[in-house]
Design a protein around this ligand. Structure first.
Ligand code: GCW
Length: 690
């Protein structure tokens, strides 16, 4: 009996600790000092700002701090200005952001300067791929925080509200100001009254935190819900149906943000079903939303099965429509031309569409980067994309500057992140995936932030109190220890390159297991799979070499880039090696800059990736004394899984490609130990067998 009780007690303690450790995310305020907050106005948003200061103040004890709302020429949108004892902003939301920034700086020790801090993008939005039954497409952190299945699935509980509040708070603390509550593969029922009731309840919780609510819609809704004969965007009855629907939505959510639309893509309905264009579809919805200041985010991730180069399709479909979209339409473009791979060159649509608002879509959830199993800090990948030069308006036309309004005047600017949030205790599946949520918000606020700074902030906030002590538990008065901070930060900064190395080095892409997108799957796809998802489509491995020929004599995808990039990418000698096999099909004995043959270099890269993960394990093991045991063990276990999986990736890819290269694996490198036949046999395409 006693044993049972002890075990139970132990379990409860562990569970509580996990809740506490996970749920607080980077907002771990402890031991606040007394502070007086002065603010002449009152509102739900300002109350939150006051409360946060009182819960987290780390400045002079008994200080007075004033929250001031006033116009200031240097302040844009919800920008703010800080001093030791004042937060100035033009809006209430600006005050809230200023308060979070002040508290962050108190925690991280960063200087509190008086400069204006303005957001890079007006709309900083999370896209949730959450379905009405509570499942999350490509979600690896449990069920949806918004939706669930079962008979009382639409009843709003206190617990729902608590979770939505914590979610809203986390977002507000990093400047995220918008959320799309449901999957882009949208169920029509999301805009029926019973669901709109719940949407309203969510919007009411998010609103005081400055977060606007948006929905993904299904383009066939007029036919499915309205029982109309068609959903043709030029049909009068369809137009009227959407106008009425929009009016109805605003009666539930008066500050509703607008629609996110995936149309005529991957089997989703869309205007092309009726011989209409993306512009016809987007503009019809934009007109319906216009009277309420609503917007349409129309996705450019449109492709249908074909055996040509999938990487070219979005550009081919959208460029002819440049200038044809209403000013409350933004074209939402994934960072790369294919699909959220560990590394892709930027999508050529950035900067090329000159008379259309364009926004980047990044994937925070790790569909192709190890789900909740790998430690991969995505900030460096996003920084690489956002700082890529498109040359569209001369040198320095980075993706960031082409989308944040610096180069093209856009009525709306925005950046979207596909969320990694779920009901898991730690929100994101892997503790370090919280850093990706954090990084997305920070980059959407300030697109020029460096990943090093973002990692530094996140670590300091998340592991505040990380310092060696006998018990190994955190001491919240003690700051952090550099022996923890420096190596762990370096691990984060190296982690994406490590994943590229052990999964898809030198420009390889989309060779993940067919449906699960987790383990290696360069070899096959289930019977009946579309041509562009069936190997060797992307890697083109054969006896004469490997890589997708996108040069002028190949698919000519290079032509979609502005000079000098088109020529640079077109020539294997000048193409950056990290994109070599993206743009070129090269012989196995092709000589690389290292002096090695392509085959040897592949072997070295895969091997390096595995060794990098091993080194991460050691870094984390040493960090153990500075971290509470729950979080330490959680990460340690995941790193072990990642290491095993990295080895599998290396063995699978090298053994598979070796069938074509027919070249030996250099003897300095550790030999593959897995059996290719067994790995191929075990791959059911869902990633689980890995
Ligand atoms: C929501 O669907 C996703 C799909 O699950 C995913 O595999 C692919 O990456 O992209 C699609 C998209 O972005 O629309």
């Amino acid at each position: 009996m006693k044993v049972v009780f002890n075990v139970l007690f132990f379990f409860i303690v562990i569970t509580c600790q996990a809740q506490e450790n996970g749920h607080q995310l980077w907002l771990r305020y402890k031991n606040a000092k007394p502070v007086t907050v002065i603010c002449s106005k009152n509102s739900p948003t300002l109350s939150i700002a006051k409360q946060e200061l009182q819960n987290g103040w780390q400045g002079e004890p008994n200080a007075s701090i004033t929250l001031t709302i006033k116009k200031d020429k240097a302040l844009k949108d919800d920008g703010f200005r800080l001093s030791q004892n004042e937060v100035i902003a033009a809006t209430e939301k600006g005050v809230l952001y200023g308060v979070y920034e002040l508290l962050r700086r108190q925690r991280t020790g960063e200087a509190i300067t008086g400069e204006a801090e303005n957001p890079s993008y007006q709309i900083r939005i999370l896209n949730h791929w959450d379905n009405p039954n509570g499942s999350v497409e490509r979600g690896y952190a449990g069920h949806s925080i918004f939706w669930r299945s079962g008979p009382d699935s639409l009843t709003v509980t206190q617990n729902d509200k608590k979770i939505w509040t914590e979610y809203a708070r986390a977002n507000a603390s990093i400047g995220i100001n918008a959320s799309v509550l449901n999957n882009v593969n949208a169920s029509p029922k999301i805009i029926t009254p019973e669901y709109l009731n719940r949407v309203k309840a969510i919007a009411d919780v998010l609103r005081p935190y400055g977060i606007k609510t948006y929905l993904s819609i299904n383009f066939s809704s007029p036919a499915i819900l309205g029982k109309l004969k068609t959903s043709d965007p030029l049909d009068k009855a369809v137009i009227k149906w959407w106008q009425d629907k929009v009016k109805e939505i605003y009666s539930y959510v008066p500050d509703f943000g607008g629609f996110l639309v995936k149309a005529s893509s991957e089997g989703q309905p869309g205007p092309q079903d009726f011989g209409r264009t993306h512009a016809d579809g987007a503009n019809m919805l934009a007109d319906a939303l216009k009277p309420y200041n609503g917007i349409v985010m129309w996705r450019a991730f449109v492709y249908s099965p074909n055996d040509k180069d999938r990487a070219k399709q979005a550009y081919n479909e959208f460029m002819p429509l440049d200038g044809k979209f209403k000013d409350n339409v933004i074209i939402q473009v994934k960072n790369g031309p294919v699909d959220f791979q560990p590394r892709e060159p930027f999508s050529p649509l950035f900067g090329a569409m000159k008379q259309t608002s364009v926004m980047p879509e990044l994937q925070v959830t790790m569909e192709y980067l190890g789900h909740d199993k790998y430690l991969v800090f995505l900030s460096t990948m996003w920084e690489e994309v956002l700082q890529s030069d498109t040359y569209q308006q001369g040198e320095g036309s980075t993706v960031a500057r082409c989308t944040d309004g610096s180069i093209y005047s856009q009525k709306y600017t925005a950046m979207a992140g596909v969320s990694n949030v779920g009901l898991d205790t730690n929100w994101c599946g892997h503790l370090f995936n919280q850093a990706n949520w954090y990084a997305f918000g920070r980059l959407a606020w300030n697109v020029n932030l460096k990943s090093e700074q973002i990692a530094d902030e996140w670590l300091k906030l998340t592991f505040y109190g990380a310092q060696s002590s006998k018990s190994g538990e955190a001491n919240y008065n003690a700051g952090w220890n550099d022996n923890f901070l420096k190596p762990v930060k370096q691990m984060m900064l190296d982690s994406r390159e490590a994943a590229v190395n052990f999964m898809t080095p030198l420009g390889l892409h989309h060779i993940m297991s067919a449906n699960g997108h987790y383990g290696p799957g360069p070899w096959w796809a289930p019977k009946g799979m579309r041509a562009d998802w069936t190997p060797p489509y992307y890697h083109q491995a054969a006896e004469n070499g490997i890589g997708f020929d996108r040069t002028k004599t190949g698919s000519d995808a290079v032509e979609q880039y502005h000079e000098p990039l088109a020529s640079q990418f077109n020539d294997a000698a000048t193409c950056p090696e990290k994109y070599l096999l993206w743009f070129h099909h090269v012989p196995w004995d092709y000589k690389l800059k290292s002096g090695r043959t392509l085959w040897d270099e592949l072997c070295y890269k895969y091997d390096e990736g595995v060794n990098q993960v091993r080194s991460f394990q050691k870094v984390w093991d040493k960090a153990g004394v500075y971290v509470d045991s729950t979080r330490f063990l959680e990460v340690q276990r995941k790193l072990r899984i990642q290491c095993v999986n990295a080895g599998l990736w290396k063995d699978a890819c090298l053994l598979y490609f070796q069938q074509f290269s027919k070249m030996p694996i250099p003897y300095e490198l550790e030999r593959p130990v897995n059996n290719l036949d067994v790995m191929m046999y075990n791959d059911r395409g869902d990633g689980r067998s890995h």
